[in-house]
Design a protein around this ligand. Structure first.
Ligand code: DCP
Ligand code: MG
Length: 363
């Protein structure tokens, strides 16, 4: 079955991801940093121990420093770690340059992050590996940054490919090599496998793609629910997810992380008010409406709850209304004690604003 499905999937997909993005940019702009262990984030010594590492260069990674690590912990792992504060405006500008280069290759682009995207280049006559090489060359010429690229016939394999030879690598996975590639893959490298899943696999004695392939679809469902199906098809190098062209955005939202937890309902309400006006301004600017409003709340213990309300007609773009909805959800999730670290408001199920068809003659 899988072989049959595979044979029909003749797309050409490229996944591209800039190596150690923020860190590489800072090393490019100050080559003295190249040989030093570098973290992008705030120096804990200068900020009362606060801050997290956004990313680290490969020298620091060798010492165990990684993204999302607390700055203090990072410094403990690597005492001579150099911190450079992030310059988001700069990264956004470079991201725009990179994404403009993607558009030289295809219009079917799914942006994943500032430094990462899937490109469907099926309609281009040139071979996918040739296009990947050209893409890397263009990015280097324009930005003097290196990236890693995976080339295959589906998104999952392309992504696994770009991760395979990082940094500055290219991995091409054609049909005839795909099954072997997946069989050889350590179980931790499969998409979506985090610490919890890994623990389950360890208990089951599943170490690599070959072991995973041997598991039945039913067993995978029993252990992992619907994610079991995802794993079943990953083990068969099969995935039909399209490259989602986001020329119409999928969602518009805003989150706020608080350095000091919020304990007061009124302060939470004020924070939602601020978020709501920003989201509304953004929606207005893009002339969009949304049918789903999602509220995200994270507390001090990193417990995150997200709850969405979906309507059959788009929501009014009215911050006060949005805050009322958010507070209804908030009050339900946090009846009394609270220590709030993050709040977010997002519209999805997006559509374009159109003029209302109002008949002047209707009674
Ligand atoms: N980033 C962040 N916080 C995270 C993860 C990433 O701020 N928890 C930022 C910093 C990264 C950028 O996003 O430079 C891109 O994320 P990647 O996951 O692609 O990581 P890198 O590009 O830094 O490294 P890699 O070489 O693994 O792609
Ligand atoms: Mg990257």
């Amino acid at each position: 079955m899988a072989e049959f499905l595979q044979a029909k999937d003749n797309r050409k997909i490229i996944h591209v991801d800039i190596d150690a993005f923020y860190a590489q940019v800072e090393m490019r702009d100050d080559p003295r940093l190249k040989k030093l262990p570098l973290a992008i984030g705030r120096d804990p010594d200068k900020h009362l121990g606060h801050g997290v590492v956004a990313t680290a260069n490969y020298v620091a990674r060798k010492a165990g420093v990684h993204s999302a690590m607390g700055s203090i912990e990072a410094k403990r792992a690597c005492p001579n770690l150099v911190f450079v504060a992030p310059d988001f405006d700069k990264y956004r500008a470079i991201s725009a340059q990179i994404h403009a280069i993607f558009h030289e290759f295809t219009e079917m682009i799914e942006p994943v992050a500032l430094d990462e995207a899937y490109l469907d280049v099926s309609s281009n006559k040139m071979s996918a590996p040739t296009l990947a090489a050209k893409l890397r060359k263009r990015i280097w010429e324009e930005t003097h940054l290196t990236c890693s690229v995976g080339v295959s016939y589906n998104k999952v394999l392309a992504k696994l490919g770009s991760e395979h030879h990082k940094p500055n690598g290219v991995t091409v996975i054609p049909h005839n090599l795909a099954q072997d590639f997946v069989w050889e893959l350590p179980i931790k490298d499969f998409r979506g496998v985090g610490a919890k899943t890994l623990e389950k696999f360890e208990k089951l004695g599943i170490k690599d793609g070959r072991d995973l392939y041997a598991m039945s679809q039913d067993d995978l469902r029993v252990y992992f629910g619907s994610f079991g199906d995802v794993l079943y098809w990953q083990a068969r190098a099969t995935h039909f997810g399209p490259v989602k062209d986001r020329s119409i955005r999928q969602s518009v939202g805003k989150e706020n992380t608080f350095e000091f937890a919020l304990h007061d309902r009124q302060v939470v309400e004020a924070a939602f008010k601020e978020l709501a006006s920003k989201v509304v301004a953004n929606m207005e600017k893009r002339k969009l409406l949304g049918r789903t409003l999602t509220v995200k709340i994270r507390d001090d213990d990193f417990h995150t709850s997200t709850k969405g309300i979906t309507q059959s007609v788009p929501f009014e773009l009215d911050p006060a209304f949005m805050v009322r909805q958010a507070m209804l959800i908030f009050d339900e999730a946090y009846p009394d004690d609270m220590a709030i670290r993050l709040l977010g408001l997002t519209f999805s199920n997006i559509e374009e604003q159109k003029y209302q068809a109002v008949s002047l003659f209707e009674q």
